[in-house]
Write a protein that binds this ligand. Structure first.
Ligand SMILES: O=C(O)C[C@H]1C=CC(=O)O1
Length: 91
């Protein structure tokens, strides 16, 4: 099952920089592990925003929810999920 996911990140200004950097490093490793195993198919930066559009390929809504909830930046994200179906004109 394919999902388009938009993640908007908003790290509080008063979070110490070292703590923010540690969370971002864990986020990067978590994201790259999922990219390597094929479930996080692609990630794109939204120009000019601390946000991304990503494509996930997972077997259920529950699996996607588990993956998203495990993001180290999850507490600082607004996430919007769009389930994707095959377009009849796709070749
Ligand atoms: O930078 C972001 O868009 C947030 C997050 C998603 C993957 C990752 O490494 O960081």
């Amino acid at each position: 099952m394919l999902f388009l996911v938009r993640m908007d990140v908003n790290i509080p200004r008063d979070l110490p920089e070292a703590q923010a950097n540690e969370i971002k490093a864990r986020e990067k490793a978590y994201s790259q592990d999922l990219q390597r195993d094929g479930r996080w198919k692609s990630i794109w930066r939204v120009v000019g925003e601390y946000a991304n559009y990503s494509i996930f390929d997972v077997s259920s809504n529950d699996e996607l929810h588990q993956l998203l909830q495990g993001l180290p930046l999850f507490p600082f994200m607004k996430i919007h999920v769009t389930p994707l179906a095959t377009h009849p004109s796709a070749i």
